[in-house]
Design a protein around this ligand. Structure first.
Ligand code: GLV
Length: 387
C-alpha cells in the first residue's frame, strides 16, 4: 500500500484509477463551480487558536449523532453512483464505516441496493430518500428501508431536479458506461476498475432498475431524474413522508433559517446544512458560512449537522466548534474508495480522525464534547453581513 498521509494522497490515486466519467461526476460542481470551490476555501478562512501546557492525555472524539454513539462526529454522506467508483462501492464503504464506528448513508441513486448493503452489514445504516413522482415506488422504497432495519431516513430537499454539471453532459454520464469509442479508450487504461466490475453483477442503479415503471433509459441519471423526481415536493409532502416512515428523520439541504425553522417544526431529528457539495444552486454561500445563522434559528431545538466542503479533520473540528453536532463527508471518502476500495475508505476515516484528534488537542481539548467556538478565529462578517 502506498504511504497515505492526507485525503489529497487518496485523491491523486483515485484520479488515476477511476474512469474519467465517474471521476468527473464526483469532482464537479454545477455551472461555474463557485459554490463547489468556496465550500472548501471558506474553511481555510477560519483559523484555530493554539493553546499550550494543557494535559493532552486520554483524548476522546466519541460523541452521538441522533442518539447513536459515533467514533467521531462524522457520517458518510449519500453519494450517487458510488458503486461505479469501485465495484460494490456502497457495500465496501458501509462495511468500512461500520468497522470504524461511524454511520453510513446509502443513497437512492446507489448501484448496490438497500438489500445488497443490508446483507453485508451487521448494524443499522441510514437511507437517503429522493422523492419520486411515482407514489407506489415511494411507498415501496420506504417499506424496503424499514425491512432492512434502516435506523434513520435522510430526506434530501435540494434536488427536485439536477443542477447542470457540464462535464456529465459532455461525458454522456451513465451507469454502466455506454460502449462509445471515448469510453472504451478511457476504460482500457483502467484495468483495476474493469477487473472489479467484471467480478460483480452490480452495475446498474440497484434501487431503481426493476422497481420503477416508465423510465426511458434507467442507465441515464440525468434522464431518469428529470422523468422521475418530484418537482412538486413541498413541506406538506415532507410531512407525509415523515408519517409514512415513522422513524428518525434527517432533513438534508437546509441553508436558510426560515427553512430550518420549518424542518424543526415538522419534527426532524436532525437537519443538515448542505448545498449538496456545490452541485445544485451555484452562487449559494458555502455551507460553513450558512451554519451559524441556522444554529441561531434552531440550534436548541434540533441537531444541526454540516455537509459540503469537509476534506480534513481540521474542517470537522471547525464545524463542531461553530456548533455543528455532526458532519458528513462525501468526496473525502469517495477518493479513498476509488483509490483502493474498503481499505481506502478506512484510510480516509483514519486520516480525518487523526487530524481531528491532534488538532483538538493542540487547541487545548481532550474531549470533542468540550470544544466550543472559543478555539476559533473567525473573520469578522464571516457568516454574512449581506443585504
Ligand atoms: C446526486 O446526489 C448528485 O449530486 O449527483
Amino acid at each position: 500500500m502506498p504511504v497515505i498521509t492526507t485525503i489529497d494522497d487518496l485523491h491523486r490515486i483515485y484520479r488515476r484509477r477511476a474512469p474519467k466519467m465517474f471521476y468527473d461526476y464526483c469532482e464537479t460542481g454545477s455551472w461555474t463551480e463557485q459554490t463547489f470551490r468556496e465550500n472548501t476555501s471558506d474553511f481555510a478562512e477560519i483559523r484555530l487558536r493554539q493553546r499550550v501546557a494543557v494535559d493532552m492525555s486520554d483524548r476522546s472524539t466519541t460523541t452521538t449523532m441522533i442518539g447513536a454513539e459515533v467514533a467521531m462526529p462524522v457520517a458518510l454522506a449519500p453519494v450517487g453512483l458510488t458503486g461505479m467508483q469501485h465495484a460494490d462501492g456502497e457495500i465496501l464503504a458501509a462495511v468500512a464505516a461500520e468497522k470504524f464506528g461511524v454511520p453510513f448513508t446509502l443513497t437512492t441513486m446507489s448501484i448496490c441496493s438497500i438489500e445488497d448493503v443490508d446483507a453485508q452489514v451487521t448494524k443499522p445504516f441510514w437511507f437517503q430518500l429522493y422523492v419520486m413522482r411515482d407514489q407506489d415506488f415511494l411507498r415501496r422504497i420506504i417499506e424496503r428501508a424499514k425491512a432492512a432495519k434502516v435506523s434513520a431516513l435522510v430526506v434530501t430537499l435540494d434536488l427536485q431536479m439536477l443542477g447542470q454539471r457540464h462535464k456529465d453532459i459532455k461525458n454522456g454520464l451513465s451507469a454502466p458506461p455506454k460502449p462509445t469509442i471515448a469510453n472504451i479508450a478511457n476504460l482500457a487504461t483502467k484495468w483495476r476498475w474493469g477487473l472489479g466490475m467484471l467480478g460483480t453483477k452490480r452495475r446498474e442503479f440497484g434501487n431503481i432498475v426493476g422497481h420503477v415503471q416508465g423510465v426511458s433509459d434507467p442507465s441515464d441519471l440525468m434522464a431518469w431524474t428529470a422523468e422521475q423526481f418530484d418537482p412538486a415536493l413541498d413541506w406538506a409532502k415532507v410531512e407525509q413522508i415523515r408519517d409514512m416512515w415513522g422513524g428518525k428523520l434527517i432533513l438534508k439541504g437546509i441553508m436558510e433559517p426560515e427553512d430550518a425553522k420549518m424542518a424543526a417544526k415538522i419534527g426532524a431529528d436532525a437537519i443538515i446544512v448542505s448545498n449538496h457539495g456545490g452541485r445544485q444552486l451555484d452562487g449559494a454561500v458555502s455551507s460553513i458560512r450558512a451554519l451559524e445563522p441556522v444554529l441561531e434559528a434552531v440550534g436548541d431545538e434540533v441537531e444541526v449537522w454540516l455537509d459540503s466542503g469537509i476534506r480534513s479533520g481540521q474542517d470537522v473540528l471547525k464545524a463542531v466548534a461553530m456548533g455543528a453536532k455532526g458532519t458528513m463527508i462525501g468526496r473525502a471518502y469517495i477518493y479513498g474508495l476509488g483509490a483502493m476500495g474498503e481499505a481506502g475508505v478506512t484510510r480516509a476515516l483514519e486520516v480525518i480522525h487523526m487530524e481531528l484528534d491532534k488538532s483538538m488537542a493542540f487547541c487545548g481539548h481532550r474531549d470533542i464534547g468540550d470544544v466550543t467556538r472559543d478555539i476559533l478565529r473567525v473573520p469578522k462578517g464571516f457568516s454574512g453581513d449581506w443585504d
